[in-house]
Design a protein around this ligand. Sequence first.
Ligand SMILES: Nc1ncnc2c1ncn2[C@@H]1O[C@H](COP(=O)(O)OP(=O)(O)O)[C@@H](O)[C@H]1O
Ligand SMILES: [Mg+2]
Length: 326
Amino acid sequence: MSKITDIKKGLKDLIDPTTNLAFHEYKAIKHVGIDEETNTVMFVIEVKEKTADVMKKLTRDIAKIVKVDMGYSGIKIDFVEGKKENLHAKTLLIASGKGGVGKSTVTANLAYALMRLGKRVAIIDADVYGANMPKILKATDHVLMGNKDGKLYPFQKDNIQMVSTEYLVEKNRALMLRGPMLNKVLKLFFEDTLWVGEIDYFLVDLPPGTGDVMMDMKDFCHDPKMVLVTTPQENAAHIAIKAGYAAKSLGQELIGVVENMSYYEVNNEQHFIFGQGGGKKVADELLVELLAKLPIVPSDNSIYAESDIAGIIYLNLANKILKLTK
Ligand SMILES: Nc1ncnc2c1ncn2[C@@H]1O[C@H](COP(=O)(O)OP(=O)(O)O)[C@@H](O)[C@H]1O
Ligand SMILES: [Mg+2]
């Protein structure tokens, strides 16, 4: 192995204290060179925030490995700052066992509720097989534009930004992606989208079940939290539990369950059209909280007003999620 490779390998587990990411996770080492005459190693290292404390700590860590352990005489480090945007953004993955339970409806309404609580929200519609966020946000005529460097401009409405796989295909065509192509699309959304301003919360509308998208999430977001959506029905709950276990086995932290289409209310009386208990069963089995039970609201407008009964429940849900993701 070359000396340079040895040095890179020796430093791969060092941590940028600002993000808690290891060097190998964010490709911190931009350059390594050796001055043979003076036996000095020269580095260009990327950090998120170039503060005196960060530079001091990393210089010490690197000196220990390169000088003490590897025997070089000196080191010289140029620190450069990485991208500044969305350093503190949190990612919420909205998942479900099966399709049609209201995952996208919940994603969109949760986005509005978080926005109403003053958060800056972006939606990534990553349901590659059934993307419908443009329809919910009434943005189907929108054309997603990119700049000459291949960066994407997000759709914006009501202070919420959004990108969707729906925009990447011709109308009425389904997107069929797997493996590396899928990873490229996710990279476009997560890393090459020109989000406007700082984002507090990224909401990712995942495809139902567990698949490539869920597995690829680790490449794009640090410490995402998952919310699982189910209906009260036995079969939906059963599949949601499976999806929850699969997510946990991928190391994804589940923070709670949302039961959608829980009841239909007339004259202050609740009718449990789809049965009862699915959400609680999923939450109990996966040892998390049932965060909300949402009514059946037949309506053409999928975004509930702030004062609607459902709108108020979404505000409560958003408040709980803020606490759980502090
Ligand atoms: N609480 C609800 N009350 C009435 N209809 C709902 C409710 N939640 C979702 N829907 C409707 O059910 C259908 C599926 O919802 P959607 O959010 O697209 O599910 P998913 O993303 O899980 O496939 C949509 O037509 C949507 O408008
Ligand atoms: Mg959907």
